[in-house]
Design a protein around this ligand. Structure first.
Ligand code: SAM
Length: 252
């Protein structure tokens, strides 16, 4: 056990049951525990389950608490153990690395407690080769005015690489249907279309839903609540084709 107070960055994985012993221990030790409640849209039921597992109430933290209040938080960790708890991995597709930089600058010890991330779960779950993913992109709210996500996907496609497409959270977490609308919008402006893509809703949850098909087919599906993601496959190896076929309509 450390003699210093510590700032813990704890990843709990995609669902409460993914939390590791190291994660539980860090949360139990911390005097102040903040749950990042803006980088992944997770329902209250799962938050309650997590609280039961760790035996503690978790204080909900907004983007402002963790970004504008970063220096204050790091200074608090000098006085007592503080844990910032994040769904997935705390340092994957978040800005929490800034907390570690501030902690280093100020000489406050910190510890990274990894969690299962959507970034590795999705390629594995779909049976796609991790090595063949290019840029990961996020479709932002306001995608009509922000084509850079589309340009990055095109760069991946040109290199025949797969793309993991995350969907913006914000006030209202984006759904697969809106993500597809954004993809169709920018492709149509170039006179292009899309081959089959994959919709992934609530990965690792009991009601996880994954469908591989034409964008139009995916628009007809009934999707459970977010979090949602999309994968745009690049050139598929025959083994990857077999793996993805499991998620085609009629095969499920
Ligand atoms: C900003 S990223 C944060 C990723 C997280 N730190 C991690 O390591 O898993 C959040 C986005 O990932 C995707 N995502 C996260 N959890 C998901 C899930 N269980 N199912 C589908 N997509 C998910 C959604 O697109 C969501 O908006």
């Amino acid at each position: 056990m450390s003699v210093y107070n510590m700032l813990y960055l704890v990843g709990v994985g995609l669902v409460p049951e993914h939390i590791t012993e190291a994660g539980i221990e860090a949360i139990r030790r911390a005097e102040k525990v903040l749950l990042d409640s803006y980088t992944v849209p997770v329902d209250e039921e799962n938050v309650k389950k997590l609280e039961e597992i760790v035996g503690k109430e978790l204080e909900r933290a907004s983007r402002t608490d963790l970004e504008e209040g970063a220096t204050e938080l790091v200074e608090e960790a000098r006085e007592k153990d503080v844990a910032v708890v994040t769904w997935g991995d705390p340092l994957a597709a978040t800005t929490h690395v800034v907390l570690t930089i501030i902690a280093d600058e100020r000489g406050v010890p910190w510890k990274y407690v990894p969690g299962i991330s959507i970034l590795t779960y999705i390629p594995s779950r779909l049976g796609l080769e991790h090595y063949k993913f290019g840029w990961t992109v996020t479709i932002p709210h306001g995608w009509e005015y922000a084509p850079s996500f589309y340009e990055r996907i095109r760069q991946n496609c040109k290199r025949r690489m797969h793309t993991l497409v995350l969907l913006d959270v914000g006030e209202e977490p984006m759904r697969i249907e809106e993500g597809i609308k954004a993809l169709l919008h920018w492709a149509e402006r170039e006179g292009r279309g899309w081959d089959k893509i994959v919709g992934i809703a609530r990965a690792a949850h009991e009601d996880e839903k994954i469908v591989y098909g034409d964008p139009e087919e995916l628009l007809e599906e009934e999707w459970p609540d977010p979090p949602h993601s999309i994968v745009i496959p690049g050139k598929l190896h025959p083994v990857e084709e077999d793996a993805l076929r499991r998620f085609s309509r009629g095969e499920r």
